[in-house]
Design a protein around this ligand. Structure first.
Ligand SMILES: *[C@@H]1O[C@H](CO)[C@@H](O)[C@H](O)[C@H]1NC(C)=O
Ligand SMILES: *[C@@H]1O[C@H](CO)[C@@H](O)[C@H](O)[C@H]1NC(C)=O
Ligand SMILES: *[C@@H]1O[C@H](CO)[C@@H](O)[C@H](O)[C@H]1NC(C)=O
Ligand SMILES: *[C@@H]1O[C@H](CO)[C@@H](O)[C@H](O)[C@H]1NC(C)=O
Ligand SMILES: *[C@@H]1O[C@H](CO)[C@@H](O)[C@H](O)[C@H]1NC(C)=O
Length: 368
């Protein structure tokens, strides 16, 4: 695998362009990467790569934003009722603060990675209301002033657009969405409040469900500022550029902004040059849809380094969903993202500037 990815990398054009720098030029607020505190990453045996990993994460031309992949989730922040623990979330928040990265904060009310006590109690409606208000309040107060946006409610929808039967929905119906957002707006009026979900990247029943949620809140006079498209795509069947532009428009029409919040494109293993090309197109189209949509403020990839991705553990037989291979060479998809960003500004794409010797190609100096 190592020699395969290296051979591929040397066949690629070298681009001096970097993601956040080009994203800013294209009019976005940021291009970012989620990251995690060391104990939570799939890092076993990879300690030797930390220094190189950390340098890329902290390169402000590459990334201008980060999100804690795990540390602000309920499981970590309120593991027992009324007992709050911000250790994990604070690690990534410190990285953001020290390196001038915009932080998207994630996620307040979600059925998954939820503390077990929330699901194992038979709540009355009143008791669960108190639990939601207390959780949203304490967590948001702790991170006040340190977040650009909060994912207030995460993954409330089934694929057909109906509401997921979470403990929150079963006990309170759609009232829980109103309660979470209205509480969040009270605690921190300055932070952007998002509804975040996956498979919201093409028009269909689920995207219509997200539209319904935005309308529900707006019609009730409750603040919602954005729809987060997680965008966990599959290289062999990603949404098209046009589908993504159309769906972003359907959210923007309601007066909210949009962000790609967890972009990755998983590939069936073993990799081959065809599937890597599919992946490149998928990244190019996701990034391109954001760049071409005035409502889309930025793009976050869900970590950037393949070995730290959630994908292999959750989808056996798939992987390499991110932009850096294990040996820190870049995926072809990295250049797909750059091309989509440069497409907006009419800048150079990563094309050969002159024909030179094969050695020059190998040393990657042929291109700019
Ligand atoms: C808080 O979380 C950290 C990191 O997960 C853990 O090491 C620590 O023991 C926790 N603190 C308490 C008081 O449980
Ligand atoms: C919750 O209620 C159901 C039946 O209404 C019961 O079977 C279950 O044991 C209860 N769970 C708890 C944790 O009390
Ligand atoms: C959308 O939902 C309707 C029911 O509301 C169902 O009949 C239809 O098959 C769904 N479409 C897709 C593409 O899942
Ligand atoms: C490359 O991988 C894809 C799966 O990602 C597979 O469908 C395709 O047949 C493979 N092509 C070759 C030439 O092995
Ligand atoms: C590149 O820009 C052109 C013109 O704005 C547009 O038609 C095309 O879809 C863009 N391509 C991508 C991948 O964004």
């Amino acid at each position: 695998m190592r020699s395969f990815t290296l051979a591929l990398a040397t066949a690629l054009p070298f681009c001096s362009a970097q993601l956040h720098l080009e994203a800013k030029k294209a009019g976005l607020k940021y291009f970012g990467a989620a990251t995690d505190s060391p104990g939570q990453r799939e890092r076993a045996g990879l300690e030797a790569s930390y220094a190189q990993y950390d340098a890329i994460l902290r390169d402000n031309n590459e990334f201008g934003q980060t999100t804690p992949t795990n540390g602000q989730k309920w499981l970590f922040t309120e593991p027992e009722q009324g007992v709050f623990n911000f250790t994990e979330g604070d690690i990534v928040t410190s990285i953001a603060q020290e390196n001038g990265l915009i932080q998207r904060c994630h996620a307040l009310v979600w059925h998954s990675q939820l503390a077990p006590w929330v699901e194992s109690t038979n709540w009355t409606a009143d008791a669960l209301r108190d639990v939601i208000v207390n959780h949203v309040t304490k967590v948001m107060e702790h991170y006040k002033g340190k977040c650009y946006a909060w994912d207030v409610v995460n993954e409330a929808l089934n694929e057909d657009g109906t509401y997921r039967e979470s403990v929150f929905y079963q006990t309170l119906g759609e009232e829980y969405l109103k309660l979470a957002f209205s509480t969040a707006a009270k605690v921190d009026p300055d932070v952007k409040l998002y509804y975040n979900d996956y498979n919201l990247e093409s028009p269909g029943n689920k995207s219509e469900g997200a539209v319904r949620i935005v309308k529900l809140l707006k019609d009730s006079g409750i603040k919602i500022d954005g729809v987060g498209l997680q965008a966990h795509h599959v290289a062999s069947r990603p949404p098209t550029l046009d589908q993504q532009i159309a769906v972003i428009q359907s959210y923007a029409a309601l007066g909210v902004e949009v962000a790609y919040t967890e972009l990755d494109v998983r590939v069936e293993l073993p990799l081959n040059s065809t599937s890597l090309e599919w992946q490149k197109q998928a990244y190019k189209n996701a990034v391109g849809a954001c760049v071409q949509s005035p409502a889309c403020v930025g793009i976050t990839i869900w970590d950037f380094y393949d070995p730290f991705s959630w994908v292999p553990a959750v989808f056996p037989g798939e992987g390499n969903a991110l932009l850096w291979f294990e040996d820190f060479s870049k995926h072809p998809a990295y250049y797909g993202a750059i091309e989509a960003l440069k497409n907006k500004t009419g800048g150079h794409t990563c094309k050969p500037k002159a024909r030179r010797s094969r050695d020059a190609v190998r040393s990657n100096r042929l291109y700019e």
